[in-house]
Design a protein around this ligand. Structure first.
Ligand code: HEC
Ligand code: HEC
Length: 404
């Protein structure tokens, strides 16, 4: 009899013991503040005052069509979509992109790019429209030209119809650069519509803030523990903050310096250091003549940014939303999966972090359970469906109907 009772007691206690080994975390006030700052989702977006086509249906349609237009490239074989593929979170699965030549960097996903301040891993562009002009004109990417782009928009019946609907004055201007900028503004207006859907994390955040225990319980315990690491000991939220999980700035997290070129030679990607130089000399930055809102607050960053020695080897803190679709990771595409990323932060080489670099980063020395929890949390920042691609097809169909 006694034995049976003891047996029963042990049986009842067993699940409690198992749960206590990896308990659901209790968040302290500083963690709760951070978790609140990761939302609401979607956050408000008020458009880009520097882009007259921002939020305008005609411009968005022209942008969608141009995004798939391979005649923007010198050889007629590459469109934006070649490297920014809808089913891959508008990035691509190759570690480093290949345009007309092998490139040094991984294609950035374009979901939620409307929320960014700087564009490109090195922030060489300060607007989505400037970031659209760069690949068109870069001889290693699409190798197009201002004149050829302008001619295409003037001569092709469907494109010129869409362009005239978007901006009659620019579309009929003899100034090639004005027509190129019209194309870029349309591409930007289209990309502003690429918004990622709500994720399991967003539902958890809202339930936590509302004190809704049932809602909270639907979020896996592993992801909750990962969130606790992310906002606690891991200090990830120092850089990955706000609704898109980025502070919008540049840091060096100790990846290897060298990039191997197609011919086997090794070069160094200077990252933000060269990005600032390129930004300042770019005639299409927000201080240039094509910005429709030269007095807006959006010009402040480019006006004030100064190149410093520490910028060498810094790269943009990427958004952590939609990672499920955008592997591989990092500016050089060197990490195939999220487990590789977590291993990097767990075991990083402190000597590699240059002297005036990040005092913040230390190898976290996570155990297997903690690593798995952090991965579970990162996975919970992606929606299970990739809805925006459907919107893209609808835009293309609309455009064909309006301007056959
Ligand atoms: C050959 C592949 C390739 C093509 C074609 C291409 N891109 Fe990209 N795109 C990239 C790569 C690689 C990056 C990262 C570049 C960098 O950091 O310098 C990038 C970055 C971007 C960014 C910055 C995103 C961010 O969050 O910072 C935008 C915007 C963008 N591309 C839009 C476009 C548009 C619009 C087109 C077509 C006109 C286009 N791209 C064509 C590979 C490509
Ligand atoms: C000092 C600022 C900083 C901290 C702290 C930080 N990160 Fe990052 N993170 C970055 C930067 C910068 C990159 C891009 C680095 C590159 O490509 O050179 C990055 C890249 C990533 C990526 C790859 C995303 C992609 O699309 O390629 C993931 C995932 C990530 N970090 C997760 C984390 C996690 C988890 C932690 C905490 C353990 C963390 N980060 C801590 C700055 C930081």
């Amino acid at each position: 009899m006694r034995c049976t009772w003891l047996g029963l007691l042990l049986l009842l206690l067993a699940p409690v013991a198992a749960a206590n080994e990896h308990p659901i975390p209790v968040f302290d006030p500083s963690q709760l503040r951070l978790i609140r700052s990761f939302g609401p989702w979607p956050p408000p977006f008020h458009g880009d005052s520097g882009n007259p086509l921002s939020g305008r249906p005609d411009g968005i349609r022209l942008g969608a069509v141009l995004f798939a237009e391979s005649r923007l490239s010198r050889d007629g074989a590459l469109s934006c979509q070649s490297c920014h593929q809808p089913q891959h979170g508008w990035a691509e699965p190759k570690p480093r992109s290949h345009g007309l030549e092998q490139l040094d960097r991984n294609a950035l996903g374009l979901l939620d790019s409307r929320l960014q301040r700087w564009f490109g891993w090195d922030g060489a562009s300060d607007s989505l429209w400037a970031a659209a002009i760069r690949p068109i004109l870069d001889p290693r990417e699409m190798g197009g030209s201002t004149a050829a782009t302008a001619e295409l928009l003037r001569r092709d019946p469907a494109l010129s119809c869409l362009a005239r609907r978007s901006d009659m004055a620019a579309a009929s201007s003899p100034d090639d650069e004005a027509v190129l900028v019209l194309a870029a503004r349309a591409l930007a207006a289209f990309q502003e519509t690429l918004a990622s859907a709500r994720t399991p994390f967003d539902d958890f955040r809202d339930a936590l803030l509302a004190g809704d225990l049932d809602g909270m319980a639907r979020y896996p315990a592993a992801a909750q523990r990962g969130l606790s690491l992310f906002t606690g000991r891991g200090q990830c939220a120092t850089c990955h903050s706000g609704p898109a999980f980025t502070n919008g700035e540049f840091h060096d997290i100790g990846l290897p310096f060298f990039v191997t070129a197609a011919d086997g030679s090794r070069t160094v990607d200077p990252g933000r250091h060269r990005g600032i130089a390129r930004l300042k000399e770019n005639p299409f930055n927000r201080l240039g003549r094509h910005n429709a809102a030269p007095l807006s607050q959006a010009t402040i960053p480019v006006r004030h940014v100064v190149q410093q020695h520490r910028n060498f080897g810094e790269f943009k803190v990427p958004s952590l939303r939609s990672l499920r679709f955008t592997a591989p990771y990092m500016h050089d595409g060197s990490m195939p999966g999220l487990a590789d990323v977590v291993r990097h932060y767990s075991e990083m080489d402190e000597d590699r972090l240059h002297s005036d670099g990040e005092a913040l980063l230390r190898p976290l020395r996570l155990n297997a359970q903690e690593s798995a929890d952090l991965v579970a949390f990162l996975e919970s920042l992606s929606a299970s469906t990739d809805a925006p691609a459907a919107g893209y097809d609808a835009l293309l169909a609309d455009a064909r109907r309006l301007c056959p």
